[in-house]
Design a protein around this ligand. Structure first.
Ligand SMILES: C[S@@+](CC[C@H](N)C(=O)[O-])C[C@H]1O[C@@H](n2cnc3c(N)ncnc32)[C@H](O)[C@@H]1O
Length: 335
């Protein structure tokens, strides 16, 4: 029921996520909080739609998981991710029926407006992942954010805005009850995806780790080559007594090589890299191992199930370049 980023394909189809119910409507809820909305809303359907909830709070994830389990909703998944990379990389164009956003963080200060989720580029992205005629359902008590979001949806050119009454389930979430207690009343809008040609909306560019990978460093094995890697010839003496943090900025990523560790068991080195690409952050390990022919293999480690992105490839390149700066000769770059 809880999906890690590494459990997804890029993109993932409804048939892959819901093999028993692939043809049911598909609902994505963004920022589900403690997960009260979906069990209540799903109960209003004769047959519960397929559900994917995305949230950035790990505590919320566990609370929501308990609620979904109690409700016995088998065709419901939760994931701890930012909404934008999930929509961009995991959800295929024109595959969702509904996107639900209940009580999004309003970021009320003028200098924080850029943190708001519901801005025109987001609406264009959401519209591209919705089927034509599918809708984003927004409920919020925050009048100014509501007007802002409706304006942004219209400006996006990808959505038509209709206002109306919120579904009852959206009025019973944790935040709905909190704001109701303060005397605030919620606004609701249905933002309907138009059939606009969304040429500039990013498509999935990430790749999952290959499913099977031998740990050997054997040479021309195609599976070895499927992971970002480089082959180096290290000098007879390599000064690895110090390591300085290094930062590499690329067109779509920032890579920081944070630390290098030596194995106690064999002649191996591992570099910890921090990779930031938009809203996606990954910590990855890049291993440096000896090959049978005496050369060295620099290769992305499988630990943590990293996703192969341009930034992760650059992290492997950065390790190769760091070793090259210490006198290694790079014989092959496979990233
Ligand atoms: C004000 S709370 C509302 C929670 C819930 N929808 C409710 O009505 O009780 C906003 C939620 O959105 C989550 N959130 C904020 N930005 C997010 C993003 N980019 N992607 C996914 N979740 C996000 C927050 O962690 C928080 O749980």
């Amino acid at each position: 029921m809880i999906k890690q980023l590494s459990d997804f394909q890029f993109p993932t189809t409804a048939a892959q996520l819901y093999p028993d119910t692939p043809t049911r409507p598909w609902v994505l809820e963004i920022g589900f909080g403690d997960g009260r909305f979906w069990p209540a809303y799903a109960a209003t359907f004769d047959v519960p739609p397929n559900y994917l909830g995305v949230e950035i709070s790990g505590v919320s994830l566990l609370k929501a998981q308990r609620r979904l389990q109690e409700a016995g909703l088998a065709n419901a998944h939760l994931t701890k991710l930012m909404a934008t990379p999930l929509l961009t990389q995991v959800i295929a164009p024109r595959s969702l029926d509904t996107v639900v956003v209940n009580f999004p963080d309003p970021w009320p200060k003028a200098e924080h407006v850029e943190h708001r989720l519901l801005r025109a580029p987001f609406f264009r992205l959401a519209a591209s992942r919705l089927k034509v005629g599918g809708a984003l359902l927004l409920t919020t008590d925050h009048d100014e954010y509501f007007e802002f979001a409706c304006r942004e949806a219209q400006v996006s050119g990808a959505m038509r805005v209709e206002t109306g009454a919120a579904p009852q389930a959206a009025l019973e979430t944790k935040y709905a009850l909190k704001w109701e207690g303060l005397g605030l009343s919620p606004n609701h809008a249905r933002m309907v995806a138009l059939g606009t040609d969304l040429v500039d909306v990013p498509a999935a560019t990430f790749a999952p780790l290959p499913p099977v990978l031998p740990y050997s460093t054997g040479g021309t094995d195609p599976q070895e080559n499927a992971l970002p890697h480089a082959i180096l010839s290290l000098p007879a003496t390599l000064d690895l007594t110090t390591f300085d943090k290094q930062t590499l900025r690329g067109p779509s990523y920032t890579v920081v090589l944070l630390e290098a560790y030596r194995s106690l068991r064999r002649d191996e080195l591992t570099v910890l890299a921090h990779v930031v690409e938009g809203e996606l952050t990954q910590e990855v390990l890049v291993n440096v191992t000896q090959r049978a022919d005496g050369s060295s293999l620099v290769r992305l480690g499988r630990f943590g199930g990293p996703i192969i992105t341009p930034g992760v490839k650059a992290a492997v390149g950065a390790v190769a370049d760091w070793l090259a700066s210490l006198g290694a000769e790079v014989k092959h770059r496979g990233y």
